[in-house]
Write a protein that binds this ligand. Structure first.
Ligand code: ADP
Ligand code: MG
Length: 228
């Protein structure tokens, strides 16, 4: 049996800012299994993004144990972390984080550059992913030539092109109108139905209600895991 996608045990994260310690996470334990669909809710400043960055290997805990794809991040160098992230995790942000002067196809292909995939195959796989997210007709468009919903679909295609087992989405519909947000959400759900574990941060109760699991954060800890 493969290990769970991500296991966090008693993780804390304290930021040091101008000589002041900010305890953003104060001891969180959480397992993300293959195929999970988990929503994280909680007030602004409760530590949701900090937790997402840890789950995605973008940051390391101050204390506690974090195991991603069976690897304890405490034992990994920065390049090893980057490789693990590239293999296991896809990340989608509220503000898309696309390269502005680069076509949709080249934005999506970028993670494959780091993996050493040749140009021809990169282009083919990027086009395939763009088709998967409903953007076959936008491969040569740049982000400023696309709507917000289209840009978020490009970002999702980029997150998926490496075949990750977990897709982490931090308020992915936060910058979208409700109809566009609903279509992005439907896409995430269909990816989950295809077997990708999805962890998403949301302020929207209805969105959270559709996930298979929910956790509520407050002041850097998980305060509740409501059943429905
Ligand atoms: N890079 C940082 N440096 C210092 N403090 C930070 C940093 N990032 C977040 N924080 C603080 O950590 C706490 C949790 O932030 P965050 O994880 O972004 O919460 P959320 O995503 O739930 O709004 C907040 O008090 C925030 O101000
Ligand atoms: Mg946040």
């Amino acid at each position: 049996m493969s290990p769970p996608a991500v296991v966090a045990t008693g993780v804390t994260r304290t930021y040091e800012l101008d000589g002041v310690s900010v305890p953003a996470l104060r001891g969180v334990s959480l397992t993300v299994d293959d195929g999970d669909y988990l929503a994280i809710v909680g007030a602004s400043g409760s530590g949701k993004s900090t937790l997402m960055h840890l789950l995605g290997g973008l940051d390391r805990p101050t204390a506690g144990s974090l195991v991603i794809g069976g690897r304890d991040v405490a034992t990994l160098s920065a390049p090893e972390m980057a490789r693990l992230r590239n293999e296991v995790i896809g990340f989608v942000f509220q503000s898309f984080h696309l390269l502005p002067r680069t076509t949709a196809r080249d934005n999506v292909a970028l993670p494959l550059v780091y993996r050493g995939v040749g140009r021809r195959e990169r282009r083919a796989r990027a086009a395939e992913m763009l088709e998967r997210v409903g953007l076959a007709h936008r491969v040569d468009h740049r982000p400023n030539q696309m709507s917000g919903g289209e840009q978020q679909r490009v970002a999702i295609a980029r997150a998926l092109v490496t075949g990750p087992s977990v897709l982490l989405a931090d308020e992915p519909t936060g910058n979208l109108d409700s109809a566009t947000g609903a279509s992005v959400l439907a896409l995430l759900e269909s990816l989950n139905a295809d077997g990708v574990a999805v962890v998403l941060v949301t302020h929207d109760r209805e969105v959270a209600a559709r996930a298979h699991r929910r956790i509520v954060m407050r002041d850097g800890v998980v305060v509740d895991e409501p059943a429905a």
